[in-house]
Design a protein around this ligand. Sequence first.
Ligand code: FAD
Length: 454
Amino acid sequence: MANFDYDVLYIGSGHAAWHGALILARAGKKVAFAERDLTGGTCTNYGCDAKALLDGPAELVSALERYKDLGLTADIKMDWPKFMSYKHQVIDPLANVMTGMLNNAGFPIIRGSAEFIDEHTVKVGDQTVTAENIVICTGQNDFKLDIPGKEYMHTSREILDLPELPKHITFIGAGIISMEFASLLTQFGVKATVIEFADRALLAYNEEYAMRIVDKLKEAGVDFHFGESLASVEKSGDKFIAKTASGLTVETDYILAATGRRANVEGLGLENVGVEFSPRGVKVDDHMRTNVPNIYASGDVVDKMIPRLTPTATFESNYIALAILGNPAPIKYPAVPNVVFTLPRIAAVGVSVNQALKDPEKYHIEKIAYGQMLSFEFRNETDAEATIVLDKDNYLVGAELYGDMAAEMINTVTLIVNARMTMEQMMGTIWAFPTQTDGLTELLASKLHSDMAK
Ligand SMILES: Cc1cc2nc3c(=O)[nH]c(=O)nc-3n(C[C@H](O)[C@H](O)[C@H](O)COP(=O)(O)OP(=O)(O)OC[C@H]3O[C@@H](n4cnc5c(N)ncnc54)[C@H](O)[C@@H]3O)c2cc1C
């Protein structure tokens, strides 16, 4: 049998990599990482964590605003430079903490860009490393439309690091990243303009909830231009001018490109070993294995329909570790919860409302206006609502929630979906009261499949 440096080499050190590595280490496997940037990847250093940290105060201020006409008077000022230094204080040490954690677990982190030489050999910087199994976990990078002046546009990574906020920002795209940043930054007094190719925002979500977010942002002074295709960006003194194909021009201080992200497949030498890939990512089978049997792919870099999120990357990482240790079962994803961290949130799981509306033979939807019905419990959030998706037998197969607490509540709803809970099982559960979850689950229970119903 060939003698390799490592049993498993991970290319990348984000969530798609390190969770599974810990499982392999416990099983006595020799593991290493190749990483060309900060240890821990996008979520830890440039994505979810920094975003959530800056969103915290914005969420509080947004909640306080609901009490303005009811007796609350407060003169709250949001100081971006101070919150940015708080962000640096919390986020900047994380890469070193992660490096320490992985080194303590016995994993070397080989620094540099990795490139396949053959199916067991990878060049990392000026080192050559061999491994029995290799897991590609290289994630995605920010993408800019290939138009004149694209160099003047910025990315989510840059906006999360801005020492001072521009006065007026143009967001290109009305997807999750744009809508989240528009919600966050308007709380800091930024004026925003959104240019979107489609005829509405947040296409994957319930149109009604997406429109509610758009309306809230309009109230906060955001201008929306739907059905517009960005054609070029020009610089004029300190300003940047976005021009669309129809002739619309928008002059602002900063432009954020948020029209999607692209898989990090370039420069990896995948063609040297014949691993199949496309701009959507690395192709894998239902065992997360590429067409080269000892090479797997995990996380955002995978060409997949499942949402590209931290928990799906973690799930795949754990699955691959167990597959390498001998588990023969194909990967089976449970219902995946996902959240749009706007103010308020939209959170969804399972079969989407859009999908249910297209397939009325299979699904029906119902609304639960829990914010109105239980207003005494809900911090004066009377528009909080859920749209639930039931199958023909009235099992809950999906839901979309709109409201401040939706990000937390979707986890409970996910359990109900995955466990296929019946009305009797829901009634056999006691939830803490008064809480939003109790309000929602009480109203939900009566709609679910009952073993006693004729
Ligand atoms: C602004 C933003 C906000 C987000 N918010 C959320 C959220 O709220 N919730 C959520 O679940 N998800 C969120 N995400 C998505 C989440 O960050 C990703 O799904 C997750 O980080 C994917 O992990 P990964 O390990 O697949 O990739 P990454 O974390 O991107 O890791 C890939 C690593 O590979 C390294 N690499 C790439 N190519 C090479 C190479 N050739 N050689 C060596 N190293 C290489 C990179 O340097 C990187 O460290 C957000 C993303 C962004 C950008």
